[in-house]
Structures are given as C-alpha cells and as structure tokens.
Ligand binder design. Structure first.
Ligand code: UD1
Length: 416
C-alpha cells in the first residue's frame, strides 16, 4: 500500500492549478445514462473515484472514451442496469446511478452502500423520493431494486439536506411525466453544475442553487458537452496547506465564488486572500490565529473542509471549537493529529483544539479522503518527517497531489 513521506517545516510558495470537481463530475457522468446520445465532459479530474465510476458505467453497457481530462459517454447500448456491491462498497457515490437508471430503463438494481468510515450514511431519502415518483422499490439481498414504467412528477421533501439525494432525484425527474418539485434541496454548487449540464442535455430545470428545485419532465434528453466546475474542496485544501506552513501561493483555474465560508475563516485566521479572474492568491501570516467552525450544508462551512481546518487550528495561536453537524463520526483524523503533537479534545460532535507552537513528524494513518488531507497539511506544517499511511484515500479525490505539492516547494514523496 502506498504511503506519502513528507519532510515538513517548509512554507508552501509558488503556483499550481486546481482540477475539475470530483463531486460535480461523479453525478454528471451518471447523467449520461439518461440519453441515447453521446455526452462529452471536459475538465474531468483523473482520480480513482472517477475511474471506478467509468468502470461501473462500462459494465452497464455504456461506451466510455477517455482522452486525458475529456470523457465521452455513449449510453445507447445500456443493457445492464445493475451496480454491484463490489463497486458500490468502494464508492458510495455509485448510488447516483439509481435515479437515472430507473428513469430511463424503468429498472435498476443498485447495491446498498452500507456503512463507511465517516458514519452510517443511509440512502433512505433517495428511495423515498423515487417511491413518491411512482417507483416500486424492494430491498432484496442488499440491493435496492427499483422498477417503474415511467416515473411521474411529484412534490418531494427530503428530511435533511442531502447532496447526492437531491442530485439523484433531480436527474430522475428530468424524464418523469409532469412536474417535480424538490423541497429542502441541497444548494451546493455541484448541484447547480449538474443542473446546468442537464439543461444543456435538454432538461427543464429551474431553481437549482436554491432550496426549491422545479423540474418539468421531458420525453427524452439529447447529447451535450459540458465543462466540469473547478474543485472547491481541492482549492480550499491547498489554501489551508499554504496557511498552515506560513506560505504564499497562487492557485490557477480556481474560483473564489463558491468558497465564501472557507475564505472568510482563512481571513479571520490572518491570511491575505486576493481573488483574481481565474485564480486565487493566499499569503499566510507568521502565525495563524485559531478560528472556530461549525459545518453545515452550503452555503455554510463545508464538512469536507473540517479536517483541513482542524490541522490549521492545531498550529494556530489560541483555542478553537470545531462542531461537525453533518456526519456523526468524522473526527478520526483528531487522534492521528494528536500523534503529531496536537492538543485536541473530542466530546461527541465537538472538538476543542488548543493550538501548539509546533507539531513533530510521526507515522499517521489516513482513514478517509478529507481526513487524509488534514493529515497531509499537518505533516507539511510539522518539523521532521511524517509518513501518511493508506494514501489510497487521497488518490480517490486529489489529482496529482505530490506533483502539485512539489510545485509549491513541498518535500513529499510517494513510498511504495
Ligand atoms: C456529498 C458529498 C460529500 C460531502 C457530503 C456533505 C458527493 C459525491 N459527496 O455526500 O463529499 O461530504 O455531500 O456535504 O457529492 N442522509 C440520510 N439519508 C439519505 C441521505 C443522506 O440520512 O438518504 C444523511 C447522511 O447520513 C448525512 C447527511 O444526510 O448525515 C448529509 O449527507 P449527504 O448530503 O447525502 O452526503 P452525500 O451526498 O453522500
């Protein structure tokens, strides 16, 4: 298993680029299931999760053509509307095929994802919404089996804000008969990016980006081309890495517009941030000031940036309180940060972080994608060598991590 060896203590300085958004590309690739015409996506990041999704789609009969960051999908030969456990267990986002499959094929068998490192993460809201649109759903042998002649538009209300739930239901509603309204919809920018892609494919959608999305079902969708938005979490992660190391960086291909909550906290921590047309600059202070955060659905502070902020708070001046309100078990990086010398106390969904003057390198274990990012940031800020074990988690979500960090002057090396 690959590990990442980091020689910490160097400020990150220089320039690197931001890739396309994983969480935008994943649902968008499944949207290609909704049409018999080819759909082309550009700015698709080269990540393990994207590879898993493409393999899943290919197994269903979708023709996949990948040329670097451009992917063309042709689902005209789709004949196996099944997502097997072996694939779903490695990537929960596989559940995103459920809505498009039942909408286009009237039949879908998708394995239940089961638990994951950051909590139970059920998919009951996806199922409830499809049932309200007329799908007959049975859970058999660990699979969700959904059937329907044609979905019908409905008024849907999700019990909590769910990102992939909103995306699944929005995609399904595109081919349903009549109008669908999704209330309590997720407002994440990735939902908007997906809606824009669906509209380019001929869907009739309004309100994406607000908590009420309206979809007028159409008989069929057609081919389109769409560019995936920049990854706001990758952007935020590099900004935190520069902040934690007293660095000065410029990120190209990045957009500040979806990062308000993160940028605001980095500025509270003492960083100078300048938004350019297609880039972001960050200059860190000599020592960061601790900042408290509370995760919540967009536009509030993203749970996918919580671990990275715990790392910067670990070396900041002062005490911060971090509240995680989205996932029940998302502090696994805390015990690893403590191994690097951080002072963190956990009580339920709250962490109290007392900043220390210095972290010291050690071997740490990555437990999930964003936790791993937090550990890398801490390793970059720590004195001495840090070995991050199980970095396959990072390969799921950070394209060219070592290359990008090296471009910023970090001393990092993959150890096989
Ligand atoms: C998406 C993101 C993930 C991010 C998360 C929250 C993708 C591929 N992944 O995950 O990176 O951390 O949003 O911003 O876009 N819930 C239920 N029942 C459901 C659905 C969700 O109880 O049917 C709960 C979850 O357990 C969680 C909360 O709702 O506590 C939010 O989860 P959700 O927004 O669905 O997360 P994902 O879409 O899986």
């Amino acid at each position: 298993m690959d590990k990442l060896l980091i020689e910490g203590g160097l400020p990150l300085c220089g320039e690197t680029s931001v890739s396309g958004a994983k969480n935008s590309a994943l649902p968008m690739l499944t949207a290609a299931l909704l049409t018999t015409e080819p759909v082309t996506f550009s700015n698709v990041p080269e990540l393990n999760d994207i590879g898993t999704m493409l393999r899943l789609l290919a197994q269903m009969g979708v023709k996949v053509d990948r040329q670097g960051s451009t992917v063309t999908l042709d689902a005209s030969g789709l004949d196996q509307p099944v997502a097997p456990y072996e694939m779903v267990k490695t990537m929960r986002a596989s559940i995103l095929v459920l809505g498009p499959l039942v909408a286009r094929m009237g039949d879908a068998r998708v394995s239940l994802p089961g638990g994951c490192a950051i909590g139970a993460r059920p998919v009951d809201q996806h199922i409830k919404g499809l049932q309200a649109m007329g799908a007959q759903i049975a859970v058999e042998q660990g699979y969700v089996h959904a059937k329907c002649r044609r979905l019908t538009g409905a008024r849907l209300f999700t019990d909590m804000v769910t990102v992939t739930g909103t995306e699944n239901l929005m995609m399904a509603a595109c081919l349903a008969a009549g109008d669908t309204v999704i209330e309590n919809a997720a407002r994440e920018p990735e939902v908007v990016d997906l809606a824009n892609c669906l509209v380019a494919m001929g869907a009739q959608i309004s309100g994406a980006g607000s908590d009420v999305i309206r979809i007028r079902g159409v008989e069929r969708l057609h081919g389109a081309t769409h560019r995936v938005m920049p990854d706001r979490i990758e952007t935020g992660t590099y900004l935190c890495a520069a902040a934690a190391t007293g660095g000065n960086i410029r990120l190209t291909g990045a957009s500040v517009s979806h990062l308000d909550a993160v940028v605001d906290k980095l500025m509270d921590a003492g960083c100078e941030i300048v938004a350019e047309r297609d880039a972001i600059r960050l200059k860190a202070p000599a020592r960061l000031t601790a900042v408290s955060i509370r995760t919540a659905p967009y536009p509030a502070f993203p749970t996918d940036m919580q671990a990275q902020f715990m790392a910067i708070d670990a070396v900041a001046d002062g005490t911060s309180i971090i509240r995680e309100t989205i996932f029940e078990n998302r502090f696994m990086h805390a015990v690893e940060l403590i191994r690097l010398g951080a002072d963190i106390k956990i009580d339920g969904n709250t962490a109290v972080v007392r900043g220390v003057a210095q972290l010291d390198g050690a071997t740490v274990m990555a437990t999930d994608l964003r936790a791993s990012a937090g550990l890398v940031i801490a390793g970059l800020a720590a004195q001495g060598k840090t070995l991050v074990d199980r970095i396959y988690h990072l390969d799921r979500g950070y394209e060219g991590l070592e290359q990008k960090l090296t471009a910023l002057g970090a001393r990092v090396r993959r150890v096989r």
